[in-house]
Design a protein around this ligand. Structure first.
Ligand code: HEC
Ligand code: HEC
Length: 252
């Protein structure tokens, strides 16, 4: 998890470059010649792109263990502890931007990705509220669990499952339907001997193998089959598939 967060943090740092390039809106040769103009990206959307998108995704929908914001995050604002929690999660509380910017990006996230879940009397976060709340250090896992329990008890969320964190094994199982025809549903009933048994293989090995196929570093007649399977997979798909394959821990 620590390693994964680090990787995501890096991805969000790389995102800064992209956002600046997109937001800078300097016309390139094609834009100048064609007269095509691009509306500048609003500053608050740029803040999201450079500070949050690396983990939470362009559409507020994340992979692996990062919570999906879209269609969900607004539920938290229905009770006071939940409203506080959204400011106190580490990546928000410790964000380097000003209180006003953090308030703006949180309000933008709520309005853009989760408007339908906001309570009718929702009041946007103010800079001073953020400034005060972000001083606190909370036990994220315990707070999140307690808040979801309270939301369910108060009938403010359809079910605890609506706010469950994405489970990488479950996500991997969904993706594995495209692997089962060759490797077998259990990962070790391959249809022809040239298709290897993979069920129970360590996740690290599976990640390395899939990336090597995807990047063309593993070659040969049979590797070519896997290269076309692996090319469309994202890093998150590969991580999820790998933990699922490892969970098929029945290779004897
Ligand atoms: C390094 C990855 C990372 C970055 C960058 C990041 N987050 Fe998060 N975010 C997480 C994780 C992981 C959680 C789950 C709580 C935890 O473990 O900290 C979370 C939880 C949240 C939550 C609570 C949602 C819930 O369901 O628990 C909100 C709201 C949120 N983040 C908003 C943001 C905003 C806004 C930004 C940008 C200012 C941001 N995050 C940047 C990883 C990240
Ligand atoms: C069309 C058949 C086919 C499909 C579909 C397929 N594979 Fe494969 N897979 C193969 C073949 C053939 C090889 C052996 C390639 C080689 O010799 O390098 C292989 C090799 C692998 C290996 C390396 C095994 C080792 O011991 O090094 C992994 C891991 C793997 N596949 C995972 C997957 C995953 C995950 C999926 C689904 C996303 C998938 N495969 C879908 C045919 C397939």
């Amino acid at each position: 998890m620590r390693q994964r967060q680090f990787a995501f943090a890096l991805a969000s740092i790389t995102g800064i470059g992209l956002a600046v390039a997109a937001g800078g809106n300097v016309p390139d040769a094609v834009t100048r010649r064609s007269g095509l103009t691009l509306a500048p990206m609003p500053r608050v959307a740029q803040l999201y792109a450079s500070n949050c998108q690396g983990c939470h995704g362009e559409s507020g929908s994340s992979a692996a263990e990062i919570p999906t914001l879209a269609g969900k995050v607004g539920y938290f604002t229905r009770i006071p502890e939940g409203r506080r929690y959204l400011v106190q999660v580490p990546n928000v509380a410790l964000n380097a931007n000003s209180d006003a910017d953090v308030a703006a990006v949180l309000n933008w996230v709520l309005a853009t990705y989760s408007r339908a879940q906001l309570p009718p009397d929702f009041k946007p976060y103010s800079a001073s509220e953020v400034g005060e709340l972000r001083q606190a250090r909370i036990d994220v896992v315990a707070s999140r669990r307690r808040i979801i329990g309270a939301l369910v008890a108060a009938g403010q969320v359809p079910s605890a499952a609506a706010l469950a964190l994405p489970d990488p094994v479950a996500l991997g199982r969904e993706k594995f339907v495209q692997c089962a025809p060759c490797h077998g549903a259990d990962g070790r009933s391959s249809v022809v001997p040239q298709y290897p048994k993979i069920g129970g293989q360590t996740a690290v090995y599976v990640v390395n193998a899939l990336k090597a196929y995807r990047d063309g570093r593993r070659q040969g007649t049979y590797a070519a089959i896997m290269a076309s399977v692996a090319r469309p997979l994202s890093d998150a798909d590969i991580d999820n598939l790998a933990v699922y394959v490892e969970s098929l821990d029945t290779m004897k």
